[in-house]
Each structure stands twice: as C-alpha cells, then as structure tokens.
Design a protein around this ligand. Structure first.
Ligand SMILES: [Zn+2]
Length: 306
C-alpha cells in the first residue's frame, strides 16, 4: 500500500478520534435492503438563526407548533447533519460529503466519524451529491483543496452542477447566499474533470434512481433505493427538518431558494413516501435521520427508527 500524505493524515485523524473523542454516537442508525446496507454518520451540528426557516411562516399558527416540539424561536436552531453511507458489494458510496473544515465550527466531523466506523476515505468508491450547499459539498475537498475521497467517482445532478458552475449565479443568488455560490464553484472546479452528471430518473448505481426534487436548490436530487414496499428514499434537504417541514409541509420556508417550488416538492414527496410507507433518510432529520413519515391531521410526523 502506498503511503501518501492523505493516508498519514487519515491515520492521525483516526488516532485522535479513538484517543480523544467519545466513540459512541458516530454511527447512529442503519437499515438493510436486499444486498444494500445503509447507515448514517454524523458530520456534526449546524447553528442557524431560527428566523432563516420560520421567518416567512404565519407566526400565530407557528408558535404552538414550535412549542410542541420544544423549539424556542428566539434561539438558534441546531440541525444535525447526517451523511448517508451505502455498502453494496464492492461499492462504498457516500451521499453528500459534509461541510469540511471551512464552514462552521460544529460541523466537519465526517472524517472522525468514518475513522470511528473503521472506514478509510480512500475506500469510498462514489460520492453522490443531493445538492451544492456548503454542508453537503464543501467536505468533498480536504484542507489542501484536494479531493478528500481521492479514489471516488463524484456525481451530481446536471442542473445543480450547471447552476453552481455558472459565473452569473453569485450575482443572481442574493447577498445572503453569495458565499455559497463562490464556495460551490471553487470546489466543483476541482472535481469537474471526473464529475459524472445525471438527470431525473437516471440510475446512478444499480438499484438506485435519482429523483428530481427542486426548490431547496434549483437542481436538488433525492434518491430512491430499491423498489416497492421496501424502497428507501434519501431525502437530502427536500424535507429539511423533522419539525415544521413535516407538520406543515405546504408552508414556505426561508431556507429554500425557491420556497413555493420547494413546498410543492415536499407535498409530492410526502404523497409518495406515506403512500408507499417508504423508509426515508433525511440529512437534517433527528436521531440519525432514518425513519418513516406518518400522516397527522394537518401534516405529517417523523418517526425515527432506532
Ligand atoms: Zn443542508
């Protein structure tokens, strides 16, 4: 085996993870589907102003719902970040790559989580992106701006890739998200040479289909693993939290780039996942992010499978 700088760094990271950090909690939940094993690893916890999500919502109706979840709308939200890892034969695929070290202090833990799970980043065969936001894309490069998963094929929806690679996006996306555009373009330019682009309905890996789910970003993709009653959907941020996105999926959220389209997408996804009782994996859903949705009087409820 060739010893590389990345290998040495990975080893150092692993020693740190085992020596200095608690080992529990990295591998949070898992589910099996035929020859697929799906588990989630934590990249850490973001800190977001609550108003980013709740600002455009009807505040009078919102307040009692948030109270029911124990959420203080005056305090920052702390959404968990769940990276999905798929093992299938010789395939070891990550869905999204986490934040890396350049976004926020509470995230970028995926390398530690992989080390604690005994997974070498060099063994990852595919990195498949739901979308190009920092908490999903930026961890694809290491601190030297080289691919963190150096042997992996990177895959992104064509519309999403084109959007972030477009030099005009930084000017059109709005001041709040301009840094997202700069950061995405810089990283995608490094990965572009061997990036595999796909469209709605394409088979990205055997038994895994891309599902167009725009609104959170222009080219957001979910993924359906398997078929029929055992199918699992990787939601990314198309259903972006375990509270209000479930309780009132039709409400517009400030965290979505096209809020009306995102709400339409959410409602259509709930039709599908509840109608077919599919298991779901959500990037920012609680308790590791694997579970199911159950219909309620005015919306849905997330039932984590622990
Ligand atoms: Zn996200």
């Amino acid at each position: 085996m060739q010893i590389t700088r990345r290998r040495l760094m990975t080893t150092a990271t692993a020693a740190l993870a085992f020596g200095a950090l608690p080992r529990r909690g990295w591998t949070e939940t898992r589910i099996s589907l035929g020859d697929m094993e799906i588990l989630t690893l934590s990249d850490g916890t973001l800190s977001l102003p609550a108003d980013l999500i709740f600002g455009p919502m009807p505040q009078d109706e919102l307040a009692p719902i948030l109270a029911g979840f124990g959420i203080d709308p005056a305090a920052p939200l702390a959404p968990p970040c769940n990276i999905t890892l798929l093992r299938m034969g010789d395939t070891l695929a990550l869905f999204d790559a986490g934040s890396g070290s350049g976004f926020q202090a509470g995230v970028g833990r995926l390398p530690d989580a992989l080390a604690a799970a005994g997974i070498d980043p060099l063994d990852v065969t595919h990195v498949i992106f739901t979308h190009g936001h920092p908490d999903h894309l930026w961890g694809a490069l290491d601190d030297f701006d080289e691919p963190a998963f150096a042997n992996a094929t990177h895959m992104m929806g064509q519309i999403e890739f084109d959007y972030w690679m477009d030099g005009a996006t930084v000017d059109s996306i709005g001041a709040d998200r301009a840094s997202f555009a700069v950061g995405a373009k810089r990283r995608l330019e490094v990965l572009a040479g061997d990036m595999v682009l796909f469209g709605d309905g394409d088979v990205v890996l055997p038994g895994i289909r891309a599902l167009s789910s725009p609104g959170h970003t222009p080219g957001h993709m979910c993924f359906v693993l398997g078929e029929g009653p055992d199918a699992v959907m990787i939601l990314g941020d198309a259903i972006g939290n375990g509270h209000i996105a479930f309780a009132r999926p039709g409400w517009i959220s400030g965290s979505d780039q096209d809020p009306s389209l995102a709400a339409q997408t959410r409602l259509a996804l709930f039709d599908q996942i509840v109608g077919q009782n599919m298991a779901v994996v959500g990037f920012h859903l609680p308790e590791g992010g694997i579970g199911r949705a159950r219909a309620m009087a005015d919306g849905f409820e997330f039932l984590p499978s622990l």
